[in-house]
Design a protein around this ligand. Structure first.
Ligand SMILES: [Zn+2]
Length: 306
């Protein structure tokens, strides 16, 4: 009988669940839109239904466990989300226990970026390493730290909130209460906000800003300056992480990745400048390889994490 687990990834716009076997082979995947505005009961119902559907199809006997990646600050032991921009109605609500009750099975609740880092370690860009950091560049910036093949959670479950590292003292205010957080200066949202401020267009996406940067004109120059600023902010944060951990590998994922050639040169320059450890070792900063699937794989791996 095939041993498999079910991973669920609750993203900003969609909910996905997958049945994945112990070798990392995806057996089945369900993807659906999540409508956060529909409220707690609807979102919870969708999560449980997706898992049930996979369990019915692949059998309860072979099911090793269920993992769920969700956005926000996590209280790991209690299975709570304590702070999430997308899911205010899940705050201090026993999400995990409620899922377990409805499913009659154990569920491991984890932060989505932590799950993504675990996924990259399992079968992605980090498979050759036991120690790595992943930064997910999206609406905000998520972080996951893997040490000895396991997620570093801290004493509550909130370790790895790397999007809230200060990179600009007195910089842009952040929802977390701080100013100058990495995600306010280097996320896709931050890049788009800069592009709007410089009048490069309306309703832009990170891809648009990347396209504009390829132009040999004044808007192109402005867009390249935005990517350089974003790279600088990332470089400051990465230098701190390299200095802290001396891990061999730091990975980046998310929507801005196609603009790598525009932001990475400045990013690397800043890391070199600010980190002796980086200059003196073979530390690698690379693109993650699983893309949007990393969180699904990582969530499915949670029951197997030793
Ligand atoms: Zn913050």
């Amino acid at each position: 009988m095939v041993q498999y687990s079910i991973g669920l990834d609750l993203g900003g716009t969609n909910l996905r669940a997958a049945a994945i076997d112990s070798t990392g082979k995806m057996l089945d995947k369900i993807a659906g839109a999540t409508n956060f505005v529909e409220g707690r009961e609807a979102v919870l119902g969708d999560m449980v239904a997706a898992i049930e559907k996979l369990r019915e199809k692949h059998g309860a006997e072979g099911l090793a466990g269920i993992g769920a990646g969700v956005p926000g600050f996590i209280r790991f032991k209690e299975g709570y989300i304590t702070n999430s921009n997308n899911l205010p109605y899940f705050e201090n609500y026993p999400v995990r226990d409620e899922m377990e009750k409805r499913l009659g099975a154990k569920v491991i609740l984890e932060n989505d970026a932590n799950a993504a880092a675990l996924g990259e370690k399992w079968i992605g860009a980090g498979r050759e390493h036991d120690d790595l950091v992943l930064l997910t560049l999206g609406t905000g910036i998520g972080g996951g730290i893997i040490y000895g093949g396991k997620i570093v959670r801290g004493f509550v479950g909130m370790a790895g909130e790397l999007g809230h590292i200060t990179v600009v003292p007195n910089g842009n205010p952040c929802g977390c209460g701080n100013r100058g957080c990495l995600e306010k200066h280097a996320s896709a949202t931050a890049v788009i906000a800069m592009a709007h401020m410089l009048h490069l267009g309306e309703n832009l996406t990170a891809k648009d800003v990347n396209d504009i940067a390829k132009q040999q004109d004044e808007p192109g120059e402005k867009a390249r300056a935005i990517w350089a600023a974003m790279g600088e902010a990332l470089g400051i944060a990465l230098a701190t992480l390299v200095n802290t951990f001396n891990f061999p590998l730091y990975l980046l994922s998310g929507g801005p990745l196609p603009a790598w050639d525009f932001f990475a040169p400045r990013m690397m320059e800043v890391v070199k400048q600010r980190s002796y450890t980086f200059r003196a070792t073979g530390t690698k900063i690379e693109k993650a390889t699983l893309g949007g699937e990393a969180g699904l794989y990582g969530a499915a791996y949670l029951p197997w994490e030793k």
